[in-house]
Design a protein around this ligand. Structure first.
Ligand SMILES: Cc1cc2nc3c(=O)[nH]c(=O)nc-3n(C[C@H](O)[C@H](O)[C@H](O)COP(=O)(O)O)c2cc1C
Length: 403
């Protein structure tokens, strides 16, 4: 029962003070926390009361404890800074709450969430300090485990990211009359974007830029797998076939169809977009397929940049999707730019997308720069547009006919 101020009324209280105090003692003894009282007016603030919770928590029986300063709970691993914090608070006669490593009677350690509050008499003088001890070891151990697991995971991701970087082609390649460069900017450690330049039979080059839906480990795993499958040196490569008369290059549209069969959505829960093309470095001929990917941009030696034709569904979206090949021929000085949607969908401060028009302007703006340097400038502009960390991978790949 409470009165109107919320205080407990005296109704129901034992009549004799001794009974009432015994009842209070019993109440204090059943709580799990330690409750301690130190005398502030005696030298070195000895303990004058501990409850049974303190005995259970520390293993020290009451007869070992009364009359001593509570520092006997400290040991070699106790942080001196925590002890100093208590010392200062007590000297300044104010409350303090902290977590400190303490030792039980048997020498084992526990984390003690300790709160100490001064008690004042009517004249305002501090007469006692009340200490409340809670064993928070389980929580500290769990936090420690989490921290270690997070650290291990971060190390793993960094290692995987290094492997992913090592799988990338060199930043710029000269192959016959073609120069190929890329700029790869993952938004996390691991990218869902992938870029590759591979040698194919008959002096052809296979060139791709792909973007797996989502980010992180799942997207990166699929991107790793695709890098493997799109490598012509492996058994069962999707890029070449052998009809008995020698190896031949599989047309890009059929590569897309093969990928679509290998990665149905119901198995991977992911889809990906891709530009894959087969280039002939001697003629500048480029046969390519697009699977839901933003259309590459052709920058003729003179004249404005423009998107090239082509369309197709992302790989993995529907069974039996069919794809068409497109072709173009790069003349001397012409450049072809491929990009992932992270480049045009980067959001600016006002929530506006970077957009294709700005990308086209950037491509034209840096046309006098060497291929790779121009890509870096474009990537810098996109990054600056997004104002902070990238929300999506931004990858650019460009091909220039130099010959
Ligand atoms: C009521 C009270 C309870 C205390 N309980 C603990 C405790 O549970 N664990 C601990 O390490 N220190 C505890 N202390 C702090 C130590 O008794 C001591 O004040 C601290 O070590 C700083 O002083 P020192 O530098 O003289 O050792 C308590 C102090 C008071 C006044």
């Amino acid at each position: 029962m409470g009165d109107r101020k919320g205080h407990v009324t005296t109704a129901g209280r034992p009549k004799h003070l001794a009974d009432w105090l015994t009842l209070k003692d019993q109440a204090l003894d059943v709580v799990a926390e330690g409750v301690t009282i130190a005398d502030a007016r005696q030298p070195d603030r000895p303990l004058i009361y501990i409850n049974q919770g303190f005995e259970r928590m520390t293993g020290f029986p009451i007869e070992d404890v009364l009359g001593r300063n509570c520092r006997f709970l400290q040991g070699p691993e106790t942080d001196p800074a925590a002890v100093a914090q208590i010392r200062t608070a007590l000297a300044e006669r104010r409350e303090c709450v902290l977590e400190i490593l303490n030792y039980r009677k048997d020498g084992t350690t526990f984390w003690n969430r300790l709160s100490i509050t001064p008690l004042r008499d009517a004249a305002g003088e501090v007469t006692h300090f009340i200490g409340i001890q809670s064993d928070v070891t389980a929580r500290r151990v769990a936090e420690d485990g989490l921290r270690k697991a997070k650290q291990a995971l971060e190390n793993d991701l960094r290692l995987a990211a290094r492997v992913q970087q090592a799988l990338l082609p060199p930043p710029e390649i000269q192959a016959g009359g073609l120069r190929i460069a890329h700029a790869f900017h993952p938004c996390d450690d691991l990218a869902g974007d992938g870029v590759g330049v591979v040698s194919l039979p008959h002096n052809r080059l296979g060139i791709y830029l792909l973007d797996v839906s989502g980010h992180g480990v799942g997207a990166a795993l699929l991107s790793f797998t695709l890098a493997h499958l799109l490598s012509p040196t492996i058994e069962g490569s999707l890029l070449t076939e052998n009809d008995g008369t020698g190896a031949s290059v599989v047309p890009p549209s059929r590569v897309a169809e093969r990928l679509n069969r290998q990665f149905p959505m119901d198995r991977t829960r992911q889809y990906f977009t891709l530009v894959y093309g087969v280039a002939d470095p001697s003629s500048g001929h480029f046969q390519y397929v697009m699977t839901g990917h933003p259309a590459p941009v052709l920058l003729p030696r003179t004249g404005p940049p423009a998107s090239v034709p082509g369309s197709g569904l992302p790989v993995g979206m529907i069974d039996d999707a069919s794809y068409d090949d497109e072709t173009l021929t790069l003349g001397p000085g012409d450049r072809l730019y491929c990009y992932t949607d992270g480049a045009i969908e980067a959001l600016g401060a006002a929530g506006e997308e970077f957009g294709l028009d700005r990308l086209l302007a950037e491509i034209a703006r840096w046309r006098e720069l060497p291929l790779r340097a121009g890509l870096d400038r474009i990537a810098d502009t996109v990054r600056a547009w997004s104002g902070g960390p990238l929300k999506d991978d931004v990858s650019l790949l460009a091909i220039e006919r130099t010959g």
